[in-house]
Write a protein that binds this ligand. Structure first.
Ligand code: GLU
Length: 400
């Protein structure tokens, strides 16, 4: 009898984490590596948030808390939803977990039965399909390519829904493309969902505050209040507040779903770190001035990366309006051979050859379900980005 579970055979380790770890290992071994793999801001957590954590430790807030969060944080989350998204929730409709990842995982574990389908627009964040598989469901990707700016059309959504569809996972601005849906684009999708009352919506709003140019963020339950009773709106402090390591994510939705998610969490991790929760209260309630400063830097870096990548013969890089990723196409480079003799037959080979031959770490597109592309995370210094893009330019120039 096999020792490891059969479910585990159906999933793979997170490729974003694998690339990040590989780049870190190469760096530790003394190699000259520039990591554009990790989806993690290079900014430090703002001082007032760190101070709140230190104060919480000093005050002895170091014990178990309620399984899915302290009341102060749930109240801060309710205030955030009201302030930013015009959504009213009570604290009983809020769940706090160890990162956005745990909250999404809890929701899937709490609701998926064998035979349930979950629609996942592709390119998708690497963990959505595998979490669905771990929960015993079937991910149903809808390919949204560069021709539709990586966005799902209402027709494609309508065509993908069947009686087996339990959830649609929606993510705007998107990891890995940075594409954000406008109010009208989202309304066209929620109109489809209103015709299918059995389909629930899991909205991953993690990149809400990271938007550029004139993009205005919106979320499904706000655009279509008629969907609120079957929408789980998820978010977290990791990206906007540069708090990836603190592991605080949260969600709001119907109380019966929140209760079921609490049951999953009560039998796995119990509460998210108490000190991190107090830091998150300060993040949500405190000054947000630093976000505009960070975003100015992100926008400058986006423009730098997009223009340097588009200078390359064979790479097409759309300009996204959110997150800190770009998702260029390398369709015209497939079939070429690198200077060291690697035949670029896929985006995975491209990313591996790029790392081995130039020391630039990116994540290959197949991990996100749409090829041939690669993801660049531009949440790193302008100098590192300029050097990395120069290396990518030279690598591509040498392809024959
Ligand atoms: N969400 C980030 C990324 O896509 C962090 C790593 C992960 O959890 O996938 O790189």
């Amino acid at each position: 009898m096999a020792f490891l579970s059969e479910t585990l055979d159906r999933v793979k380790p997170s490729p974003t984490i694998a690339v990040t770890n590989k780049a870190a290992e190469m760096k530790a071994a003394g190699k000259d590596v520039i990591g554009l793999g990790a989806g993690e801001p290079d900014f430090d957590t703002p001082q007032h948030i760190k101070d709140a954590a230190v104060a919480a430790i000093a005050a002895g807030k170091t014990k178990y808390t309620g399984v899915d969060g302290i009341v102060e944080l749930k109240e801060a989350i309710c205030a955030k939803f009201k302030r930013d998204n015009d959504l009213e929730y009570t604290t009983a409709q809020v769940s706090v977990g160890t990162g956005g990842k745990q909250v999404l995982y809890n929701a899937l574990m709490a609701t998926i039965n064998p035979g349930d389908d979950v629609i996942v627009p592709a390119p998708y964040w690497v963990s959505y399909p595998d979490m669905v598989l771990l929960a015993g469901g079937t991910p149903v990707p809808i390919t949204c390519g560069i021709d539709t700016a990586f966005k799902m059309t209402p027709e494609a959504l309508e065509a993908a829904i069947t009686e087996k569809t339990k959830w649609l996972i929606f993510n705007s601005p998107s990891n890995p493309t940075g594409a954000g849906y406008s109010w009208d684009e989202l309304k066209a999708l929620t109109d489809v969902l209103m015709r299918h009352p059995h389909v629930w919506v899991m909205s991953d709003d993690m990149y809400e505050h990271l938007s550029y140019d004139d993009f205005v963020f919106c979320t499904p339950a706000q655009v279509e209040p008629g969907l609120k009773d079957r929408t789980l709106t998820t978010n977290g402090v990791s990206k906007a507040y540069a708090m990836t390591g603190w592991r605080i994510g949260y969600a709001a939705g119907p109380e019966h779903l929140i209760k079921a998610m609490r049951k999953v969490q009560s039998q796995s991790t119990s509460n998210p770190c108490s000190v991190s929760q107090y830091a998150a209260v300060e993040a949500l309630n405190g000054s947000h001035d630093f976000i505009a400063e960070n975003n100015a830097a992100f926008k400058r870096r986006r423009d730098l990366v997009v223009s340097m990548l588009n200078e390359i013969d064979g790479i097409t890089c759309p300009v996204p309006n959110g997150a800190f990723y770009v998702y260029p196409s390398i369709a015209k480079l497939i079939g070429k051979t690198s200077k060291a003799g690697t035949v670029i037959d896929s985006d995975e080979t491209f990313a591996t050859a790029l790392l081995e031959e130039t020391g630039v770490a990116v994540v290959f597109g197949a991990a996100f379900g749409v090829s041939p592309h690669f993801r660049v995370s531009y949440a790193t210094s302008d100098e590192a980005l300029t050097e990395a893009c120069t290396r990518i330019q030279n690598f591509c120039k040498d392809l024959s």
